[in-house]
Design a protein around this ligand. Structure first.
Ligand code: PGA
Length: 253
């Protein structure tokens, strides 16, 4: 059985002080939760402070991006060793907002996730189609392209250390969730694809999160689907009660 993993992607929200307040509250709300991996991904500027709050708790720290070089003349970038030093364990790579607004490509996603893996960080790799692609029946083609390109040349051992997130772009921040059936269909497709690109053990062991307008209300039906192993949560992760409610509903039975 794959253990559920719920990650909160705070995006460009929360000062350090606000982030600490949020995570203090969350810490109390999820204190007794077992059987679910809980991750929060604050902005870079809050990682240090949040790291101290979540120390020795059941909440793990994630970052929202990572550069592929360890150090050097790369103004404005943040590297894997810098994140490790702050106690970061996960890093989101290839989020559709990065692909859409910041020129992220499969190739750069691949470089970032390799850097993360080589420093012992767990990459959460995002894939997903936009509305035009879905309407043109190109969803599976896009997934194949994102997975094939982003996960290129990884060994099966490396692949086993990755978490995938299927995030249909049309469902992100729109309040329009994919139906559990739509999500399950793509998750099943991804698992089959991983079986071909790697092997059946990888396909069965890898955790695939769903992302896109996840709420305490819709998580129950989503997580009940056999190939949905958790969620990457944006808006609903910015309030402790709603994120905690999602976490508490996420145990796979
Ligand atoms: P949302 O964002 O939950 O606000 O739709 C999800 C994401 O972008 O990861």
């Amino acid at each position: 059985m794959r253990k559920a993993i719920i990650a909160g992607n705070w995006k460009l929200n929360k000062t350090s002080r606000e982030a600490m307040t949020l995570v203090e509250e969350l810490k109390r709300e999820v204190l007794d939760v077992e059987g679910v991996d809980i991750v929060v991904c604050p902005p870079f500027t809050a990682l240090g402070d949040v790291s101290e709050v979540v120390l020795d708790t059941n909440i793990a720290l994630g970052a929202q991006n990572v550069y592929w070089q360890d150090s050097g003349a790369f103004t404005g970038e943040v590297s894997a060793p810098m994140l490790k030093d702050l106690g970061v364990r996960y890093v989101i790579v290839g989020h559709s907002e990065r692909r859409q607004y910041f020129g992220e490509t499969n190739e750069t996603v691949n470089k970032r996730l390799r850097a993360a893996l080589s420093h012992g960080l767990t990459p959460i790799v995002c894939v997903g189609e936009n509305l035009a692609e879905r309407e043109a029946n190109r969803t599976f083609d896009v997934i194949k392209d994102h997975c094939g390109g982003s996960l290129a040349n990884l060994t099966t051992d490396e692949m086993k250390k990755i978490v995938l997130a299927y995030e249909p772009v049309w469902a992100i921040g729109t309040g329009k969730t994919a139906t559990p059936e739509q999500a399950q269909e793509v998750h099943t497709y991804i698992r089959q694809l991983l079986g071909k690109l790697f092997d059946s053990e990888v396909a069965q062991s890898i955790r695939i999160q769903y992302g896109g307008s996840v709420t305490p209300e819709n998580i129950v039906a989503l997580i009940a689907k056999s190939d949905i192993d958790g969620a990457l949560v944006g808006g609903a992760s910015l309030k402790a009660p709603s994120f905690a409610a999602i976490v508490k509903s996420a145990r796979k039975n």
